[in-house]
Design a protein around this ligand. Sequence first.
Ligand code: AGP
Length: 605
Amino acid sequence: MCGIVGYIGRRDATPILMEGLHRLEYRGYDSAGIAIASSGGLRVHKCKGRVRDLEKCLPTRFKGAPGIAHTRWANHGEPSDLNAHPHCDADNRIAVVHNGIIENAAALRSRLEAEGVVFRSDTDTEVLAHLIAAMPDGSLAAAVRAALRLVTGTYGLAVLDAARPDSIAVARNGSPVVLGIGEREMFFASDPSALVRHTGSVVHLEDGEVAIVRSDCFETSTLEGGPTAKIPSTINWTNEAFEKGSFAHYMRKEIGEQADAVRRTLSGRLDPRFATAHLGGLGMSARELLEIRRAKILGCGSAHIARAVGAHLIEQLARVPAHAEPASEFRYRNPVIEEDTLYIAVSQSGETFDTLAAVQEIKRKGGRVLGIVNIVGSTIARECGRGIYLHAGPEISVVSTKTFTCTGLTFALLAIHLGRIRDMSTAHGARLLAALTALPDQIDAILAREDEIAALAVRLSACEHAYFVGRAAGYAVAMEGALKVKEVSYLHAEAYPASELKHGPLALITPQTPTIVVIPRDDLFSKNVSTIEEIRARRGPVFAITHPDEMPAWIDGIVHVPRSEVELDPLLLNVPLQLLAYHLALQKGCDVDQPRNLAKSVTVE
Ligand code: AGP
């Protein structure tokens, strides 16, 4: 979604801002823009299209500082040059970049128009530029605070004032802004990935905070003007973690990084002495965990599917009833919050609006919620206050791959921890720990079969529709496989519980509609074999993702996956489907890392 980057200091802002915009491209956007306050006043350039299109339209001597820049993902008004940010007031003194949605924009716009303001765009953001410009003379902070007090909605924003170029105002309400502290220079961005090249020292703004950023300091306050205290934290990610390196696409790089990501998720968390998992961030005693009667898991997209894997693991290993629900549905159905339920919010980015809103709803009703999050210090992680970080490293590709695997793995750790407090035997715990340790090498063994999977993608690439089916945890893997295929290759891939096929979808099975069946070696193995017989009887092509076991000789293709402990098999079965989606996208010539209409982190409703 939209991205913000800003700079104030002695250097020329343009290269810093353009590099920052490139870093934010992965979030998904449709237009880009930049504003620099130089001695001659405000200079603004913006256009529909990619950051490289903006670069092309910048004059050669586009220099100066401070500056702000933006990548826009359209919500109010179509993608166009005029609707791209920054937006300015009538005198071109104030420039604003904004992520989020101003809900009362229509009313504010009518009021400003009645006062004679002429709008140049269809956006909600332009309202902010005119409002700030209309505030009585005073400090920039006072003008921004006064304008924001009139606004309802969400924002992460930055305001440049050509008349006061010694500072930039930034503010946050529901959309992240991070300040980066340099040596007599300051940076800020909506996403730390745009800062890591310059500094590891960051400050996260809280909702309702306004910051005035100067080259050598910053001050934060509430919307009413009361000062707030901030303590800088450190980002440990290296600049290289954000580079594609020798890979053609981030998606392929991140699939290949899974073994290392899994090692990092496991690092320091296996406790062989008690055959359990050690999870320092849970912040709950064994007694408190024993009192939990149910787990309710919430997330969106791949995180919503990973929570289905998680629910299965918690029920199987800890024998605690666990239920998963899309956060986007949960938050709107006035949910009953129970004291003895452990609520778990799952999010790679830690910024997904619907998941955050679900967390806030649970907390508001007195519920206990922990986060399973990748981005350290992200909004959901901070809102939950307790939880488990994935430590999967930055994931730049819009589609989740390594973070899906690491989320499943984190649920396995949590389930073992909960299970060992209850009835799981030491021997079972020890077997699971050994299996977890073996996962990285097993993942690499699957990646070594890439050619086989690429060949399967060639066979599937001519199809218009495909089914992905499985049972229990195999169904969750099928759902994730279908989502990956849809996202990157635009093939219509439908996931269905294998047991439900005969209740309807079998009608659509034809020789042109392949089915990919995910078959763990669990108690349901023979039932899955019956399913593929059913499909075969309708002359549907069948491809199995399974362990080296006996499959009917007539099957159209098999991808073999090493066996783990049966509860952990889904983590491995998911990997070939990631490669399948990737190679299907290559076959179909799709934009792998930035699929159409999608954004990496969905920070609006
Ligand atoms: C997955 O491939 C997607 N890009 C998307 O479904 C994603 O998982 C979802 O938007 C949730 O994001 P989060 O994990 O950052 O909360």
